[in-house]
Ligand binder design. Structure first.
Ligand code: GAR
Length: 210
């Protein structure tokens, strides 16, 4: 099983979905640690309740982004992590750090990339009037919410939706999508090559419609 560390900043519901998937011994990855840049991240308690090692690496304890990311890298090395999953980690990572984890670090984003990078994706989807929205798991590259796509799932936008109801529907889908994408990476069936995702031995299972 591949050793996976999860980086969080808050609630940790996607982290929890990865932990839940990895409880199954046939899942190809195990969650060996959780790192948060915020001491008050609620996800830390969830990880602790599962006896998963947690570490807080706060930006304010370091002089600049590179130093902060170097400390995170050290924590990851200490955990002997082989794969990093960003799960609501809300800080931009330095190009040096991204380079070190190239092809081994993935992120989940609450929109169908390349639409709606950044924050407030559900409000922007509603304001734009798209009738289909969703979530994306992708390899991390230096640009925010960019990088080769591994898996996406679509959800309908209902006429009656608010930011909250749409966000809840997408979040439920995120919790299904992220473990599937991690599985593809951990099994070596999805890998990053020349800035693209290359799939091997993958049936038509990387897309989903709610
Ligand atoms: C999730 O919706 C995730 O997709 C999003 O933050 C939320 C974290 O929730 N990530 C981003 O917006 C990254 N650009 P969680 O802490 O409960 O997993």
């Amino acid at each position: 099983r591949k050793r996976v560390a999860v980086l969080i900043s808050g609630r940790g519901s996607n982290m929890a979905s990865l932990i839940a998937a990895a409880i199954d011994p046939s899942f190809p990855a195990e969650i060996v640690g959780v790192i948060s840049n915020r001491a008050d991240a609620r996800g830390l308690e969830i990880a602790g309740a599962h006896s998963i090692a947690t570490q807080v690496v706060s930006a304010r304890d370091y002089d600049g982004r590179e130093a902060h990311d170097a400390a995170i890298h050290e924590a990851l090395s200490g955990m002997k992590a082989e794969i990093v999953c960003l799960a609501g980690y809300m800080r931009l990572l330095s190009p040096e750090f991204v380079q070190k984890w190239k092809g081994r670090m993935i992120n989940i984003h609450p929109a169908l990339l390349p639409n709606f990078r950044g924050l407030d994706t559900h409000a922007r989807a509603l304001a734009t009037g798209v009738r289909v929205h969703g979530c994306t798991v992708h390899f991390v590259t230096p640009e925010m919410d960019d990088g080769p796509i591994i898996a996406q799932a679509a959800v309908p936008v209902l006429i009656s939706d608010t930011e909250e109801t749409l966000g809840e529907r997408v979040l439920k889908m995120e919790h299904r999508l992220y473990p599937r994408a991690l599985k593809l990476l951990a099994e070596g069936r999805a890998r990053m090559s020349n800035g693209a995702t290359v799939f091997t031995n993958v049936a038509d299972e990387s897309g989903e419609i709610a």
